[in-house]
Design a protein around this ligand. Structure first.
Ligand code: COA
Length: 320
């Protein structure tokens, strides 16, 4: 199902299986981010936090690009002669979704990187909780190639995600790299052949959907905050968030899982997620790796490993 409201024309959303596939929707402009797109993306993400059709957000691009970064025409050149207040306003609008709404989204977020990722697009990429790339996606900190440094917190986001040597190399050379290299540097979780990209993202989304959503949200919030705290503050903060999330969720998932493990012996939480039976509300033995055989099965199951054999193409991803 596809609908235009409330996302406008530069963003599109498709709902399937509790996943909201959110598209950068300017394929003819390689999905570069104009002031309009920034506003529409904010409205979209804001809306999806309250939309029951969405348990996981997947951010991806229509056509050959994930996003070719900020729009050099509409975001830069056309605003060069505008007032300082106007320029600050459009920066705020970009940051509002790229650095704030997306990074702190109520639902889990996955970047499904289908093609080109340049410059400013690194910020929303790093704001997604998880990222899976096509092997032949192409990334580049191209700002230096056209005479600016990576702003919009791109520099900070790569300092955080790929480390000093990698970040400075790509900031200073403007060279591109592919999905496999992005995975090797930790910019994305993994890269897969292009034709397996959506399948892998769907699998990952399903895993996330099995968790207690309130605790899952707190877990990612905690991670994002504690990195900048000292040990004592972090320890206190984590306990406070943990207690808060149990209170908000009702603690049923936790107590049900403990019962399934400690009393009923139907769950090995080291090997599988607790799942409430939709009808009875009790632990679902089969689904939750209940019993010894299931535990054994879970123990021998290899994680959904992805092959990385696809040839690297010169251009970005394929058209969807
Ligand atoms: N800003 C504005 N317009 C952009 C854009 C951007 N970041 N990226 C692509 N476009 C536009 C092109 O100007 C072109 O518009 P036109 O059809 O009106 O001429 C259209 O999108 C198609 O791009 P094109 O360059 O013809 O496609 P390509 O497949 O040959 O190359 C890229 C794709 C992504 C390699 C190339 O467009 C590019 O280098 N873009 C700039 C990337 C960049 O440096 N981004 C950093 C911004 S912070």
């Amino acid at each position: 199902m596809s609908t235009k409201q409330p996302w406008g024309n530069t963003v599109d959303v498709e709902f399937d299986d509790q996943i909201a596939f959110v598209y950068f929707n300017r394929p003819e402009k390689k999905n570069c981010m104009s002031p309009t797109l920034n506003r529409e993306m904010y409205a979209t993400l804001h809306h999806l936090e309250m939309d029951d059709r969405c348990s996981v957000v997947v951010l991806t691009g229509r056509g050959a690009a994930w996003s070719a970064g900020m729009d050099l025409k509409e975001y830069f050149r056309e605003t060069d002669n505008m007032s300082d207040t106007f320029k600050m306003r459009i920066r705020e609008e970009a940051a509002a979704w790229q650095q704030n709404k997306l990074r702190n989204h109520a639902k889990p977020t996955i970047a499904m990187v289908n093609g080109w990722v340049f410059g400013g697009a690194f910020t929303p990429l790093n704001s997604c909780d998880l990222a899976i790339a096509s092997d032949d996606a192409k990334f580049g900190l191209s700002e230096i190639n056209w005479g600016i440094l990576p702003g919009g917190n791109v520099t900070k986001s790569v300092a955080d995600s790929i480390g000093m040597r990698n970040a400075l190399y790509y900031i200073m050379t403007g060279e591109t790299f592919d999905g496999k290299k992005a995975a090797e540097m930790g910019l994305v979780n993994e890269s897969v052949p292009h034709d397996q990209l959506e399948k892998r993202v769907r699998e990952l989304a399903k895993v996330l959907m099995q968790k207690d959503p309130i605790v899952l949200r707190s877990a990612k919030e905690v991670f994002k905050r504690v990195r900048y705290m000292d040990m004592e503050t972090a320890n206190d903060y984590i306990y406070a968030k943990s207690d808060g999330s149990q209170l908000r969720s009702g603690g049923e998932f936790r107590s049900g899982a403990m019962k399934a493990f400690l009393d009923d012996k139907k769950l090995k939480p080291g090997l599988a997620t607790y799942q409430k039976d939709k009808k009875t509300g009790k632990a679902a033995a089969s689904k939750a790796a209940g019993g010894k055989s299931a535990a054994k099965k879970a123990a021998v199951q290899k994680p959904a490993k992805t092959t990385k054999k696809a040839s690297v193409k010169k251009s970005g991803g394929k058209k969807k």
